[in-house]
Write a protein that binds this ligand. Structure first.
Ligand code: MG
Length: 262
């Protein structure tokens, strides 16, 4: 092979390696710091897509009468209604800080269908009983599949009950465990596809990123909000970073590329 061709091939291989190793940006609860957005609002998903985030995270709970809603806390509104014990009618008009009413998962997924750049990192929240968590998990997977969004949804949860059920009923989907109650090896043994740990776990166990990769697990990390922490996690080579400041993270990644750091 001529030297020129060899150099071109080497440059290509280096670029491909860098590309495949690139850490992706996940907007935590959507890009809610954008104008007109609120946490877990439809607008926060739209804004995450507009700035080309790889993923937009959201939280899902189920009402007593079976409606799936996108909301972080177990309680909602000024009267702190417990979502899992309320009927949808009781909470449907509660407004988010941007004026939207609390979105249903169905509305959220309809919006996800329109997204050109962003997939959904869907957190299934803890409910008070296994029965409720299993019902929510099964209904969520059914809805995602029915809407043809299997490939555009990654699942995450703190609850092994939920992750185990996801592995069973959505075996081809990404399922990552959020809590610090398991090691990477235990996560792998349960059949999950990745970890989504708090960044302090990787500060304590920096070799875990490599261990996860050797086990074939994806590595996501939350919630990484300062440039210093972003650089630390990028140095460790995590696959995804979940942040409240997706544009800051995009800038940090861009600047590292300019300086040849991947
Ligand atoms: Mg969440």
């Amino acid at each position: 092979m001529k030297r020129k061709n060899l150099l071109a091939l080497l440059a290509f291989l280096v670029a491909t390696a860098a590309l495949s190793a690139q850490t992706q940006v996940i907007a935590h609860r959507g890009y809610w710091r954008a104008p007109g957005a609120a946490q877990n609002s439809i607008v926060s998903l739209q804004r995450a897509d507009q700035i080309k985030c790889f993923g937009s995270e959201c939280d899902v709970l189920q009402t007593r009468d079976g409606v799936l809603v996108v909301h972080h806390d177990a309680h909602i509104g000024p009267d702190k209604i417990l979502i899992e014990e309320a009927d949808y009618d009781q909470i449907k008009d509660i407004a988010l800080s941007n004026g939207e009413t609390v979105p249903t998962l169905q509305q959220y997924l309809k919006e996800l269908k329109k997204c050109k750049n962003t997939l959904l990192v869907l957190e299934i929240k803890e409910h008070s009983t296994d029965q409720k968590m299993l019902r929510a998990t099964r209904d969520i997977v059914k809805m995602v599949n029915r809407m043809g969004l299997k490939k555009k949804v990654y699942y995450i949860s703190f609850m092994p009950t939920i992750c185990d059920e996801l592995v069973r009923i959505a075996p081809k989907s990404q399922v990552a465990y959020l809590s610090n109650q398991m090691t990477p090896r235990q996560v792998k043994e349960r059949g999950y596809t990745g970890v989504d740990f708090h960044y302090s776990q990787f500060q304590k166990n920096p070799l875990w990123v490599r261990e996860c990769h050797e086990l074939g697990l994806n590595v996501n990390v939350w919630t990484v909000n300062t440039e210093e922490l972003m650089n630390q996690m990028l140095d460790l080579g995590v696959d995804f970073i979940t942040t409240d400041y997706p544009e800051v993270l995009q800038k940090v990644i861009f600047e590292r590329k300019l300086h040849g750091i991947f």
